[in-house]
Design a protein around this ligand. Structure first.
Ligand code: TDX
Length: 326
């Protein structure tokens, strides 16, 4: 999400960007290739390191806070980096923004609201109470609450966005859609957790970048905006679209043990962002978005290939394959 946002800013604005990134397993310098070095600078460092964060915030007009550990499965096995990066990292950014009076946009997730029952038509709104399920979403909820508190207590000029599930280029192969695409490209069967009936709402990453820039430039200070498409699909139906687009049979997948505490359904009401800031998603056709994403992964094996085996080895240790697939 972060590198896509930087690319969007480079293409559509005259702004200069300084990126602070720890370059953990989830990041790659290659995600920034081709960007003008005069306008886009990478500093390698930890968002929870107050010294480095303060030194960078001293020189900027605005902060967009993407830095987070973001994968639910990892948080179930090792919560520690989630608490450090998502909570202490956000606290560090808030204190720097407070010290310099800097405008802040905080990027978050619909998972802070917990999940909704399958089959219901309910959707979360900006006013829904927090009810996170996993160590990941618990730490994101904690971070959002810190931003709200700093905004109210210290008049920090902050906004928050909570988006639905994102897909598109440059997404790490641990996540659902790129994992299945790259499995198929490698000749391995896709893996579906449980019965595959969990529902997610899908947003193309370019639409997310446009939403964040819109909120940064025109959002009302102190407000939270939900970013979504209304495009809700069962996991199995997303996988079947991918299988069709990649010319595989619709039963070419393995069902594996379900994720503990697996959220049933996420769905959000993004009408506030649409009506007050005139944002609308441009990639509203999921099949077309998946098709271009598949093309991107086909063309960019040099970007995702080197980390793929390690991701699958870690998954392999955790998953208990129930079918007789590979
Ligand atoms: O191999 C898989 N098989 C599978 O069935 C993987 C990796 C996932 N799944 C399921 C679990 C979820 O129901 O697919 C769905 C999507 O999984 P993830 O890509 O792990 O996303 P999710 O858990 O829904 O959380 C995502 O959306 C909210 C992001 O990872 C979060 O960072 C974001 O906050």
């Amino acid at each position: 999400m972060g590198s896509n946002f930087v690319r969007h800013v480079m293409e559509t604005t005259p702004y200069r960007v300084t990126i602070l990134d720890k370059l953990t397993y989830a990041a790659s310098r290659a995600s920034l290739s081709g960007l003008e070095p005069e306008r886009c600078r990478l500093v390698v460092g930890d968002v929870a390191d107050a010294e480095v964060v303060h030194s960078l915030v001293a020189d900027v007009d605005a902060i967009v806070h993407f830095a987070a550990e973001s994968h639910n499965d990892n948080s179930l096995h090792e919560p520690d980096p989630f608490v450090r990066t998502n909570i202490l990292g956000t606290y560090t950014v808030l204190e720097a923004a407070r010290a310099y009076g800097t405008r802040l946009h905080h990027v978050s997730t619909d998972e802070v609201f917990g999940d909704l029952p399958l089959g219901s038509r309910a959707r979360f709104s900006e006013l829904s109470p927090f009810n996170p399920s996993s160590p990941y979403s618990g730490t994101k909820a904690g971070a959002d609450l810190l931003v709200r508190a700093w905004s109210r207590s210290f008049d920090l000029r902050a906004t928050i966005s909570n988006s639905c599930n994102i897909y598109g280029p440059f997404q790490h192969v641990e996540k659902f859609i790129p994992r299945q695409i790259t499995n198929i490209l490698r000749g391995t069967r896709p893996k579906v957790y449980g019965d595959g009936l969990n529902v997610r709402e899908w947003l193309h990453v370019e639409d997310h970048s446009r939403a964040v820039l819109t909120i940064l430039e025109r959002g009302t200070i102190g407000e939270t905006y939900l970013v979504g498409t209304g495009v809700e699909r069962e996991n199995i139906s997303v996988l079947r679209m991918i299988l069709k687009l990649m010319d595989r049979a619709d039963d070419y997948f393995d069902q594996v043990a379900d994720r503990p505490g697996h959220d049933a359904r996420y769905a959000i009401d993004s009408s506030k962002l649409r009506s007050t800031l005139q944002w609308t998603p441009q990639h509203d056709d999921l099949e077309a978005g998946l098709s271009s994403t598949i093309d991107w992964y086909r063309r960019n094996e040099s970007w995702w290939g080197p980390g793929k085996d390690a991701v699958e080895a870690a998954y392999g240790e955790r998953e208990n394959t129930r079918s007789d697939g590979s």
